[in-house]
Design a protein around this ligand. Structure first.
Ligand code: G3P
Ligand code: CA
Length: 238
């Protein structure tokens, strides 16, 4: 079972920062998960929350701020003083980084953008992902099925995963197959053994989020889950 570093090595360094990504090198972690959002001036940046408040010394909505606004903020000190002055990471920076170190990446498409910005967002994401080295494996996922379907039409060669929060819908196989998904990404708190078997029997691979408990990870491995997203990918027992 693969272990995917959730927002980088986010138990040891502030999530979605250069520090959290660079720790993957030293720890030999092969898969990264990160979140792509867009600034008001159309730049793609990596941040999980819709607002900067939790993970920086600023406040406000990511989509209403320019890249220069974001670059003024400190994205590390909230985690610890050791990481003061971590700056927002652009998708372009990460692509140069993964092309150099050959990490594989699950990119999550964020869902808070206003509908009139979504086409520009998808176009920019596709332009950027075309620059990823062929030595790097990528998966693109989203909780927004419509957005994910549009992405898949634009880049059919990139494998996609349907993210589900809460209980899996009864028709999850049809939902995933209808948009050409290879993966389903269920919420660990709701996934059952029977659902996992049904997905696998229908040739869908299962990547489960977010698993930080070793006993749960061992159980999922027995269920033949393909991968877990974890804040502790370096822990051998997980
Ligand atoms: O992609 C797996 C996981 O990252 C989804 O949840 O809220 O951490 O983006 P979240
Ligand atoms: Ca995510």
């Amino acid at each position: 079972m693969k272990k995917i570093a959730h927002r980088g090595i986010s138990a040891q360094a502030p999530e979605n920062t250069r520090a959290a990504f660079k720790k993957m090198v030293a720890l030999n972690v092969e898969w990264l998960e990160t979140d792509i959002d867009m600034t008001s001036d159309g730049e793609l940046i990596l941040i999980h929350d819709d607002k900067v408040d939790r993970v920086s010394n600023g406040s406000g909505s990511v989509n209403d701020m320019t890249l220069i606004d974001l670059q003024k903020l400190d994205f590390g000190r909230w985690f610890s003083d050791e990481y003061a002055n971590e700056r927002i990471v652009t998708l372009k920076w990460l692509i140069d980084f993964i092309n150099h170190y050959h990490f594989n990446v699950n990119f999550e498409l964020k869902t808070a953008l206003k509908s009139d910005k979504q086409n520009a967002y998808l176009t920019s994401v596709c332009q950027a992902l075309r620059l990823v080295s062929s030595k790097v494996k990528i998966i693109v996922s989203s909780f927004d099925i419509t957005l994910l379907k549009k992405f898949h039409v634009l880049m059919p060669d990139v494998q996609i995963g349907v993210l589900i929060e809460g209980k899996l819908p009864d028709n999850i196989v049809a939902i995933a197959k209808n948009i050409g998904a290879v993966y389903v990404h269920p919420d660990v708190d709701y996934l059952t053994k029977d659902q996992t078997k049904k997905l696998i029997d229908n040739h869908l691979q299962v990547n489960v989020w977010t698993v930080n408990d070793m006993i749960v990870a061992e159980k999922l491995e027995k269920w033949r889950v393909e991968a877990i997203f974890t804040d502790f990918p370096e822990v051998k027992a997980i």
